[in-house]
Design a protein around this ligand. Structure first.
Ligand code: F6R
Length: 235
């Protein structure tokens, strides 16, 4: 694992955008694994800036997102499809039909999950997977548990995750109680992984994830077993 510490969130975002831009430039039809939440917003803004300057071309890029809330339509302002559209996809020349976000409205999440994983393989696998980390150690919405779940699946959100994400909703009661998340197999099969985290509040969980035991009680700890992980941490 490579650990990079930056002073500011802006520096973190620039470095993260550098890593993504390298992949897009060297492999124009790459598959990017993308995340939502507060952490990647600066990275997406930086990628948009580079696109606007003519430095990046997303026309052949394919993307797969980590997760989506169950019950939210892609037009809902708090859905992760909406997040991706507004923070990145609508602002660059990516072809929307090449952007995949789990569908939170499916009747059969297990079948959808199986399709999602097969589609990632059919696309050729993820070249770079971007991750944030939850205060409880989740990656995607793989919450602490007694075992790792391999497949893309429906996950009940931890009360602490609902609490943390309530800031985006009018009230805590409006936060969906479950999500469809990419499972550990597709995440771990990514050729490279970049995890970004900022702020003091993430420090303790990062220590547990990267210096403690590999355990499903701290889902991000599984990344210790991946051969190509970069963690960018801003103070
Ligand atoms: C989002 C996701 C989550 C977030 C995590 C951190 O797609 O998969 O694992 O990365 O909850 O969220 P922020 O960045 O808001 O602290």
């Amino acid at each position: 694992m490579k650990l990079i510490r930056t002073k500011t969130y802006e520096e973190l975002s620039t470095l993260c955008a550098d890593l993504i831009a390298d992949v897009v430039s060297s492999k124009p039809d790459c598959v990017l694994g993308l995340a939502t939440g507060s952490s990647p917003i600066g990275t997406y803004d930086e990628l948009v800036r580079r696109y606007e300057k003519g430095e990046l071309d997303f026309s052949k890029v394919r993307s797969v997102n980590l997760d989506e809330y169950v019950g939210l339509d892609g037009t809902h302002e708090q859905s992760y499809r909406y997040f991706m559209d507004t923070h990145l996809f609508n602002r660059v020349n990516i072809d929307k039909k090449n952007t995949y976000v789990p569908n939170g409205l499916v009747d059969d999440p297990a079948a959808h999950g199986a399709w999602y994983d097969e589609n990632i393989v059919a696309l050729g696998g993820i070249d770079l997977q971007l991750l944030g980390i939850g205060l409880d150690g989740h990656i995607g919405f793989n919450e602490p548990a007694d075992h790792f779940v391999a497949a893309t699946h429906q996950e009940t959100l931890d009360p602490s995750t609902i609490e943390a994400n309530a800031r985006f909703f009018a009230s805590k009661e409006e936060v969906p109680t479950s999500a469809i998340t990419m499972g550990m197999k597709s995440i771990m099969q990514a050729r490279s992984i970049v995890l970004i985290a900022s702020g003091k509040k993430k420090e303790e969980i990062l220590l547990r994830a990267f210096e403690g035991d590999v355990t499903p009680a701290v889902p991000a700890s599984i990344l210790q077993l991946h051969p190509n992980v970069t963690v960018i941490l801003s103070e």
